[in-house]
Design a protein around this ligand. Structure first.
Ligand code: TYC
Length: 102
């Protein structure tokens, strides 16, 4: 258009959006063999939960099969998953931990 109305429309309607980094849920999976106390220990140690919170989340995983244990940036989530898997491996427990984009 001769008066550049389209540019005006765009300038008015385009609101600046804040860039937020994508977040990742860290998931703990149930299995039949990992001792409950070990899972509670992992949750206290790596996810800064109180003993009561750790028991609650462990029981949720035990009953429902899976639970979110934290939400982090990609790098922190990867580190948490690796730390859980390493603790489990060292004790020869089959505990599984994964991450997924929120
Ligand atoms: N199901 C396990 C048991 O009965 C306990 C358990 C809880 C294992 C949570 C893994 O992520 C888990 N000993």
């Amino acid at each position: 258009r001769p008066d550049n109305r389209e540019d005006v429309d765009l300038a008015v309607k385009t609101k600046p959006r804040t860039q937020r980094p994508p977040l990742y849920k860290v998931l703990l999976l149930n299995d039949d063999f990992t001792p409950m106390e070990f899972v509670v220990h992992v949750l206290e140690r790596l996810f800064n939960m109180t003993h009561a919170q750790a028991i609650e989340i462990m029981l949720t995983v035990h009953r429902k099969g899976v639970a979110v244990v934290g939400v982090f940036s990609h790098e922190i989530a990867e580190t948490k998953v690796a730390q859980v898997m390493e603790l489990a491996r060292r004790q020869q427990h089959p505990l599984q931990c994964t991450m997924e984009k929120e």
